[in-house]
Design a protein around this ligand. Structure first.
Ligand code: SAM
Length: 174
């Protein structure tokens, strides 16, 4: 089971990025996203996607992140541009490992680096928590979740030219 822990979310500034962290976590195979700040609007946005597109994905906000990391029974990976190379750490992990994946927003508190089992970089250049999460999860799962059947009301059918969407309440559109 993979859980993504998002630190430092500021509801007024980070709504879009944190929503995308959550949707990326879901699309690439995480079971849950935990957000350190309480944000009911964010919960509604993510739950709305889950209710339309399916799957068991859960969002929890207002998480006491130090307690969450300390009480996590599996391994913890903190994604940071300062960490060791992703390929080195990947050898120690399997897709079935229980993994808490920690991503930041602005500056991440120093003790996260000590609490994590691994501090892992996706390259040593600064970029984005969404990109880091996507690349890390894709390498971990070998892309295995990208086309998984989620059983949702809305289903997108791959189409080389346009959009084919099946809404089980309305029929096919596209
Ligand atoms: N200098 C900041 C720091 O303390 O790492 C960068 C913050 S960045 C806007 C937000 C988050 O993106 C970081 O906390 C980290 O989780 C992720 N991130 C950015 N670049 C990364 C990289 N090259 N490798 C892994 N994670 C990265």
């Amino acid at each position: 089971m993979i859980v993504v822990l998002r630190l430092g979310h500021r509801p007024s500034r980070d709504k879009r990025v944190t929503t995308h962290v959550a949707l990326t976590a879901r699309a690439f195979g995480a079971a849950e996203v935990w957000v350190s700040t309480k944000d009911v609007e964010l919960e509604k946005t993510v739950n709305s996607v889950v209710s339309r597109f399916g799957g068991e994905f859960a969002i929890r906000t207002g998480i006491r992140w130090r307690d969450a990391i300390r009480s996590w029974k599996g391994k913890t990976v903190h994604l940071t541009m300062y960490g060791q190379r992703v390929d080195e750490v990947m050898r120690s992990l399997t897709p079935s490992s229980d993994l808490l994946l920690v991503v930041g927003a602005e500056k991440v508190p120093r003790d996260v680096f000590d609490l994590a089992d691994w501090n892992v970089s996706v390259g040593n250049q600064p970029h984005s928590e969404i990109a880091a999460l996507a690349v890390f999860m894709d390498r971990l799962t070998g892309g295995g979740s990208l086309y998984a059947e989620t059983g949702g009301r809305i289903k997108v059918v791959p189409n080389p030219r346009g959009k084919t969407v099946i809404d089980s309440e309305k029929g096919q559109d596209g």
